[in-house]
Design a protein. Structure first.
Length: 309
């Protein structure tokens, strides 16, 4: 029996990096998906080849950790460029973990979120469950927001994250991809080193947490101008943490005159930025003129789905 699953990419509206240290953050699933087809086979293969752990570290990790059955033929296909800051590895983890669960008893979303996070953490070395939870749940999620009913809770060592669904008002977001691929692990490690050695970095991380809480209120009130201001302020704080770069700053600056706010999204160092805008075509054009690849995002996307069995 073959199982086909898919899971969405994500963008982080507020709070990336700080969320690794247990601060609040907000993410939205987006209309770019990762698809996975899994079928019993006579040999273990990914896209017709043996699993090369260097090329397929997440797949190798997930098979080793989560699969006790026979060999599988796995086909994967992604609309999310890897290293683009849009959650490609999280969507892979959610769709493959989901497929393996569907093959062996059934898909449980909370368990899928835990397994997907374990795989991201295992490969990246350091992570929060925000990307994998967005890929599993879809829609909008808030992490560590007090007073919300959690969908699931995940902890590691001294850190814990409570993940809840949030209502997302009607709004237009434009993503600009720099074309520069930046793996998440080294950027998260860079911020961790800075935080260890510098009290100022710890203050910046606290400030990101505070503005994310304000952003959650703005989102709830539908106050998009305030949300935009907070996004731009968040970008400045992320720059201070050293995770922006010339390409990202250029796209953010280009989008700002046509936007309520703009910031890098995800790990940074390249990858993508996001603008909250009432003039999406102009924002897209401005991003394109600066060498970025823009697209207007659709939110409210479903999480991991078993599409066909
Ligand atoms: C990456 O999309 C978000 C980071 O906060 C890392 C993580 O939370 O795992 C940079």
């Amino acid at each position: 029996m073959a199982i086909t699953t898919s899971a969405p990419g994500k963008l982080i509206l507020l709070g990336e990096h700080a969320v690794v240290f247990g601060k609040p953050a907000i993410a939205l699933a987006i209309n770019r998906r990762f698809r996975c087809r899994v079928e019993p086979s006579e040999a273990m293969r990914v896209n017709g080849r043996e699993i090369d752990p260097a090329k397929h570290p997440y797949t190798r990790f997930i098979i080793d950790e989560q699969w006790e059955g026979g060999p599988l033929d796995i086909s994967m296909d992604s609309e999310i460029p890897s290293g683009s800051g849009l959650g490609s590895s999280a969507a892979l983890c959610a769709s493959l973990s989901g497929a393996l669960m569907a093959m062996s008893g059934g898909l449980d979303l909370a368990e899928c979120a835990r397994r997907s996070f374990s795989a991201e953490l295992g490969v990246q070395g350091s992570a929060s469950p925000i990307d994998t939870s967005a890929a599993v749940s879809g829609g909008g999620i808030a992490v560590n927001l007090e007073g919300q009913d959690p969908l699931w809770e995940i902890s590691r060592g001294e850190r814990s994250w409570s993940i809840g669904a949030i209502e997302v008002p009607e709004m237009t977001l434009v993503v600009g991809y720099t074309g520069v691929n930046a793996p998440t692990g080294p950027l998260v490690a860079k911020v961790a080193r800075y935080r260890e050695s510098n009290i100022f970095a710890r203050d910046v991380i606290d400030e990101i947490g505070d503005l994310t809480l304000e952003g959650a209120k703005a989102l709830e009130a539908g106050d998009l101008p305030r949300l935009g201001e907070l996004m731009t302020a968040n970008h400045k704080l992320l720059s201070i943490l050293g995770v922006s770069c010339r390409e990202l700053d250029r796209l953010v600056q280009a989008a700002l005159p046509h936007s309520l706010g703009a910031k890098l999204t995800g790990a940074g160092g390249g990858g993508s930025m996001v603008a909250l805008t009432e003039s999406p075509q102009q924002a897209c054009e401005a991003i394109r003129r600066q060498g970025g690849v823009p697209f207007i995002v659709r939110t409210g996307e479903p999480g991991v789905t078993v599409d066909e069995a």
